[in-house]
Design a protein around this ligand. Structure first.
Ligand SMILES: [Zn+2]
Length: 409
């Protein structure tokens, strides 16, 4: 396999999570009687550009099918994050009713609704039919397409060019990252801005967040590598912010290489230097991550087996993709975690892929008292523990397994 960015032959393994089902393929009861597809999940790191990347085993059309069930509006902290971003962008870049905002992977309109409320014209691009439908119901114009050079060319011909193109958690999801980034300058105004948020590879490694690795996620990005990719496609990164979201993300601000309005901030050189100091521009930095993964897996299994032996009941919170990856790596089934709860109605009364753990609505936590609740989306553990503090007072303990196993008494 060759590097998606620079075409270098890939030979260094970064992480190997064995075979996994597609992490968003939730199963109905009838589907439990059928065979299930598993795909190898192995990550390589390029020794030339340090892009960490997964091999493509399944075409994206298969994964992002109409049953894809992640609705961004389900998380209240994510909605607040989106609203804050919109106000910051309006103030910093003086966006107004004459501006044009395009969001790539706009999901259910969780973010564009705030631009719409501020009377700023916007367009969503979202290939997933079910989430695009919800956005359209909110009155947000949404194209059900994948963003690429071809689409940007046709939009640039028929519509106003964009003053802002944004994408949250999409940059890592595109199979052809060169083509995706190359599409930006085609649709952007001369002094238009593009912002992207994506999990920071440095934080992923520091936080042992291997469970955020899944098939839909093609790339794992350091700031240095993203700068390199953008530069190669006529885009210039002029600012960067470090965010706490998804265990540590970056928000990059980019413009066209020929755009002169946006001056580079000191944050850019500071972060490039930090990554260099940490060793991210050497292949040795990426070795050893796999050993850490195996340690974490063994710690969860030891905990679950011990609780089983003691006759304790363990359930899980949050049937998110990362939970599926982790549970399948560990080979956990309903004998060790009897059920999982999730706020998304589209996942309720289905089963987690691979582990076949049943998913119920959160109300079930009050009906069937558990000794331990394993929080799978560790990035929102605070929000969950606060929301269900009544259970804690009643003797239930919360557990997270990443970065290391911790019981909140
Ligand atoms: Zn490369």
């Amino acid at each position: 396999m060759k590097c998606r960015h620079c075409q270098q032959e890939l030979s260094h393994i970064f992480a190997h999570l064995h075979h996994q089902p597609a992490s968003n393929s939730f199963l109905t009861e009838a589907q439990l009687q059928e065979a299930e597809m598993y795909f190898p999940l192995k990550l390589f790191v390029c020794e030339n550009c340090y892009l960490v990347q997964v091999d493509e085993y399944k075409s994206c059309e298969d994964i992002f099918n109409n049953d894809y069930v992640y609705f961004s509006s389900m998380s209240s902290s994510w909605l607040q994050h989106a609203e804050k971003y919109v106000h910051m962008m309006i103030n910093r870049f003086a966006l107004n009713k004459n501006s044009h905002v395009v969001e790539i992977a706009s999901n259910d309109g969780y973010l564009l609704q705030y631009f719409q409320n501020a009377n700023i014209p916007c367009l969503g691009i979202e290939p997933t039919h079910s989430t695009a439908c919800v956005a359209k119901e909110k009155g947000i114009e949404t194209l059900e397409e994948f963003f690429c050079v071809e689409l940007a060319q046709s939009l640039a011909k028929t519509r106003k060019k964009a003053d802002l193109i944004l994408g949250n958690n999409v940059l890592a999801h595109v199979p052809d990252i060169n083509d995706f980034v190359a599409a930006l300058p085609l649709l952007l105004n001369n002094n238009g801005i593009s912002t992207f948020e994506f999990p920071h590879l440095l934080k992923l490694m520091d936080g042992n967040q291997f469970d955020t690795i899944y098939q839909e996620h093609y790339s794992y990005l350091s700031f240095s590598t993203v700068c390199r990719i953008f530069e190669s496609q006529n885009m210039r990164i002029f600012d960067v912010e470090e965010l706490p979201t998804h265990g540590g993300s970056l928000r990059i601000f980019a413009c066209r290489t020929d755009g002169t309005m946006h001056k580079q901030t000191p944050a850019v050189s500071r972060l490039l230097e930090e990554e260099k100091q940490r060793g991210m521009l050497t292949i040795e930095f990426y070795h050893g991550f796999q050993t850490q993964i195996e340690k974490t897996k063994n710690a969860l299994l030891l905990f679950l087996l011990e609780q089983k032996r003691l006759g304790k009941k363990v359930v899980a919170y949050g049937a998110a993709a990362k939970g599926n990856t982790f549970l399948n790596l560990c080979g956990v089934k309903p004998d060790l975690i009897s059920f999982c709860v999730d706020k998304a109605p589209s996942k309720q009364n289905k089963f987690m892929p691979g582990s076949h753990i049943p998913i119920y609505e959160p109300q079930k936590l009050y009906e069937k008292k558990a000794d331990y609740i394993l929080i799978l989306p560790w990035n929102i553990k605070q929000e969950i523990m606060e929301e269900y503090s009544a259970l804690r007072e009643n003797g239930t303990q919360f557990v997270v397994a990443i970065p290391e196993l911790h019981v909140y008494k």
